[in-house]
Design a binder for this molecule. Sequence first.
Ligand SMILES: *Cc1c(COP(=O)(O)O)cnc(C)c1O
Length: 404
Amino acid sequence: MTASSKIPFLDLVTPHVELEEELVAVFRSALRTAGFIGGPSVEGLEKEFAAFCETRQCIAVSSGTDALRFALMAAGVKEGDVVVTVPMTFIATTEAITQSGARAVFVDADPRTYTMDPVKLKEFIEKQCSVENGKLMHKALRRPVTAVVPVHLYGQVADMDAILDLAAKHNLVVVEDACQAHGAEYFSKKQNRWMKAGSMGHAAAFSFYPGKNLGACGEGGATTTNDEAIAKQVRMLRDHGQSKKYYHDMEGYNGRLDSIQAGILRVKLPHLAEWNNKRRAAAERYNQLLAPMAGAITIPHQPNWSKSIYHIYAILTTEREKMMEQFNRAGIGVGIHYPIPVHLQTPYKALGYKEGDFPVSERIAAETLSLPMFPGLTAEQQKLVAECVSQFLAQPSGAPGVKR
Ligand SMILES: *Cc1c(COP(=O)(O)O)cnc(C)c1O
């Protein structure tokens, strides 16, 4: 393979070159008006992103982590609460929970979708919790369980109908971690319609980190919600607890999105649906190219109730390290999202989990391998990626399950 056939894991340069004039104009306009914080650019983005997500409210903040932390706090999560999430996620999910004062407790992922398994959530509620004075209590921790955070991993929405049902039954707040899922859709049988990620829970968090499907040229994030009280609270939390300038109703944070990033996101947002569709088409091509190898590797599963935006296209392989070497030699960029499930990460040792507690998440973490995925990925490039996989599997040492 020649150097020119190098395939990046993610091409962040091309879309910015294509939009360069408009992006530079955003910066120039900010310089000439000295409008750096807040103002029409942030308000415009909030309106437009709320419309995109089909929610009443969007509050732009400085990162996805802040979006999630503020959403939890605004929805009433407080010191001493228990918040349930999955270990198969980026650590920011649990950081937001812990930093809202709550304790993160995990339930395992579904083995096919890799998102929160509602059956595991139900088991958790029935076996590890009890109802005391109408409140759901974690029996061992002696603390109230107040919220659930499903994560729309890799751009695929978790099974929200089932999760929302359980939550409603036990009076739990649901905050979607939609940081990887801008524009993903879920068919709600209850509502009998397709719904956008971020529009189903009490609130949701999005990240505009550069590598996300909608990325800033820096840091950014947003909370979406249909709940006016939550929206109001998030607006105060992001801006030092102010209800108006220098009148602080509470202690808040510096969690604002700056106007340059907001302007940049407004240039990119009109392209997001098309970019997502291009990723979907690329995922479909991968599915077809890799189908003949589906015995040796696992390709992503998209239930009929899901329209993923393929933030990540990940396969599972028991031969990950060796396969990665093959990709490296071929000049093909790949990644691992994520190699260690959160319950086994160092900062959470004190939570007392051990290996074997969440076997599905642990297996995904051990076997997941993210292939190149971005809107401009070509069919030609994908053929080379698939060839790399098939060549690897064809080697005597490449076949899974073979001892050596
Ligand atoms: C990116 C991401 C976050 C955090 O977003 P930041 O903007 O980096 O703070 C949270 N959760 C998930 C699942 C993410 O992928």
